[in-house]
Ligand binder design. Structure first.
Ligand code: BMA
Length: 368
């Protein structure tokens, strides 16, 4: 009898593992084996804790640029982040450097290094306005022109092609494609980018996103996990207004920056919690991973921001990662550097058992 129960339990456990694996898989049916493994491991990882990420971490920081092995996060904590963000902006211009001056050759090398260390790479694309060639912040209406059959589609498609070629060039030391997260057309419920809310209809936005996913697949790009990320939002209806659908999205995220600290401290925590609950509930229902795809308090004026604000906002939620934006200038940085007023508190934050940086994520073996 006892043995029977034991077997029954074992069987149940096995079934649970099988169902978990069966339900969570990347939307790309032709995803490479490595990408499928990576995605499932991301799901598993959310049960243990969340990863910490930083935009352009290896490329530059406060007071340095392109110093081999350097990282502001490492300078403060002794280890690299677990997640690294990179931007594709200006790849469409065939420029050798992206819009923030980081060379694409270097980005490729960083992505390979991060992957070899067991970390995660995520990419955004602040692409130019295809209608007039001006920046991503130029809001001349363009989306309807670049949908399939639009008069600017062929130009836009040639841009997409450059991204596809870049993604396909990301190979590890064995020549296998490196899985990455791609988060196109982010913060689209704001109106500061040409793909934003006031510059296209929900249907146009959905089609734009769907066409991109389909195009990548048609070009043989199968090492990408797709993230959808709004800016701050009100509720599920608001979040999903421009959602391209469960067949096009792997990760549900949002970008949320704190402004006006310390006045907004409490509000920011409760907003994070509320938005995490919304995407968490939807994610549970439709088997999607969740993340805070961008956050930060510019120049980190709160010395205990990491444990008293950010961690409090996330604590009760099972998310994949949180990424802070780039350390671009002395008046525009989101991760601490040595002596920065929040540096000690950041160290404390990174020692929290739930928080994963480079050292711990290596042991999670996301690619095996
Ligand atoms: C913004 C700022 C800009 C930068 C852009 C793309 O938030 O950091 O300076 O060019 O992101 O990285």
């Amino acid at each position: 009898m006892k043995i029977y129960i034991k077997y029954q339990l074992l069987f149940l456990l096995l079934m649970m593992v099988i169902t978990l694996n069966a339900q969570y898989s990347p939307i790309d049916k032709f995803a490479t084996p490595q990408t499928k493994i990576f995605y499932k491991n991301l799901v598993r990882q959310t049960q243990k804790g969340f990863m910490f990420g930083h935009q352009d971490d290896l490329a530059y920081g406060i007071g340095w640029k392109e110093v081999e092995g350097e990282s502001d996060v490492k300078r403060v904590t002794g280890q690299y982040p677990a997640v690294f963000g990179w931007d594709l902006g200006h790849i469409e211009l065939d420029s050798s450097k992206n819009l923030d001056g980081v060379s694409f050759e270097k980005i490729k090398k960083y992505i390979q290094d991060v992957h070899a260390q067991g970390g995660v790479n995520t990419m955004t694309w602040h692409l130019r306005n295809p209608y007039n060639g001006k920046t991503a912040w130029d809001v001349d209406s363009v989306v309807k022109h670049i949908l399939i059959n639009g008069d600017k589609y062929s130009l836009y498609q040639s841009w997409l092609n450059k991204v596809a070629v870049f993604f396909k060039s990301l190979k590890d030391e064995n020549g296998n494609p490196i899985p990455i997260i791609f988060r196109p057309f982010h913060e689209h419920n704001g109106s500061w980018f040409w793909w934003g809310k006031n510059h296209c209809s929900p249907e146009e936005y959905k089609q734009l996103y769907q066409d991109l996913v389909k195009y990548m697949s048609s070009q043989g790009v199968h090492n990408v996990v797709y993230a959808y990320s709004t800016d701050n939002f009100l509720d599920e209806t608001d979040y999903l207004e421009r959602y391209p659908g469960n067949d096009f999205v792997d990760i549900l995220g949002f970008d949320s920056y704190q402004k006006n600290a310390p006045l907004s401290n409490k509000q920011f925590i409760s907003d994070l919690r509320r938005m995490l609950s919304t995407i968490g509930n939807y994610g549970k229902k439709y088997k999607k991973i969740t993340a805070i795809t961008e956050t930060g308090l510019e120049t980190i004026s709160e010395s205990k921001w990491w444990t008293n604000i950010l961690l409090k906002g996330i604590n009760n939620h099972k998310i994949s990662y949180v990424l802070v934006w780039r350390n671009g200038r002395p008046d525009h940085y989101y991760a601490p550097y040595p002596q920065q007023i929040s540096a000690n508190n950041f160290k404390k934050f990174t020692k929290n058992p739930k928080v994963y940086l480079g050292q711990k994520i290596k042991t999670s073996k996301l690619y095996n």
